[in-house]
Design a protein around this ligand. Structure first.
Ligand SMILES: [Zn+2]
Ligand SMILES: [Zn+2]
Length: 201
C-alpha cells in the first residue's frame, strides 16, 4: 500500500521542483482557507485572484482547487505577491499580501546566485547556496502564518454570475473570445489579434 501524499508533496509533484515561490503560494493558500474557513474548491465556490504569475500560483491551484482552467483563478500580472480570495455563497473576501523573508539572508542568497550564474562560484559557495535555500524553505513552511502573510478583509466585488469569463464572438474571425479580452471594432466585438491587425492597416 502506498502512503497518501501530503498536500505539500502534491504541490511539489504538480509544480515539478521545490522552490521558495512554491512554498510561498502554499502558505498563502493555507492562510486563505483558514481566513475564509473553507475547504478545497470543487465547483467554483471559491475564487482566487493572483496578482502575479510566479511559482506560487501553482501551489495555490493545487491546494485551494482554484485553477486557471476552471476559471476561478484569475491572473492579473501586476508583479505583486498579493492575492484576493472570495467565497461566492458568503460574499466574503480577503486580500493576502506576502511579507518579505528576512533581508540579510535574502541578500546573501542573491549574491550567491549571481556568483553561480556568472560561473564564479566555488564549490563551497554552491553548497552554501543550496543549504541556505533548503533552510529558508523549511523555515518558511514551519513559520506561523501571521509572520508570513498579512490577511485583511476585502470588499466582495466579483461578478454574480457563475461564469467569470463570458464569451463573445469576434466579428472578424468568428472565434469565441472571453469578454474581458474583447475589443470593439466598428462597435462590434473583436478578438485582440483581429483588432490589432485592424489598427495596423
Ligand atoms: Zn518554482
Ligand atoms: Zn478575431
Amino acid at each position: 500500500m502506498c502512503m497518501e501524499k501530503t498536500p505539500w508533496e502534491r504541490a511539489v509533484e504538480f509544480h515539478g521542483h521545490v522552490c521558495l515561490g512554491l512554498a510561498m503560494g502554499y502558505r498563502v493558500a493555507e492562510a486563505a482557507m483558514g481566513a475564509l474557513a473553507c475547504k478545497r474548491d470543487v465547483d467554483e465556490q471559491l475564487i482566487a485572484i493572483a496578482e502575479n504569475d510566479s511559482c506560487a500560483v501553482d501551489a495555490i491551484q493545487v491546494i485551494t482547487g482554484c485553477t486557471v482552467g476552471k476559471g476561478n483563478l484569475i491572473l492579473r500580472d501586476y508583479g505583486k505577491q498579493a492575492y484576493t480570495f472570495a467565497l461566492r455563497d458568503q460574499k466574503k473576501a480577503v486580500r493576502i499580501t506576502v511579507k518579505r523573508p528576512e533581508g540579510a539572508k535574502q541578500e546573501e542568497i542573491m549574491a550567491l546566485r549571481e556568483k553561480i550564474t556568472a560561473g564564479a562560484a566555488a564549490e563551497e559557495d554552491k553548497t552554501r547556496f543550496r543549504e541556505m535555500n533548503e533552510g529558508m524553505l523549511r523555515e518558511y513552511l514551519a513559520r506561523p502564518l501571521d509572520e508570513l502573510c498579512e490577511v485583511k478583509d476585502a470588499a466582495y466585488d466579483l461578478p454574480e454570475k457563475a461564469r467569470i469569463f463570458p464569451s463573445v464572438t469576434c466579428s472578424c474571425c468568428g472565434e469565441k473570445v472571453m469578454e474581458p479580452r474583447a475589443r470593439l471594432k466598428d462597435g462590434q466585438p473583436a478578438c485582440i489579434p483581429c483588432s490589432e491587425h485592424y489598427n495596423r492597416s
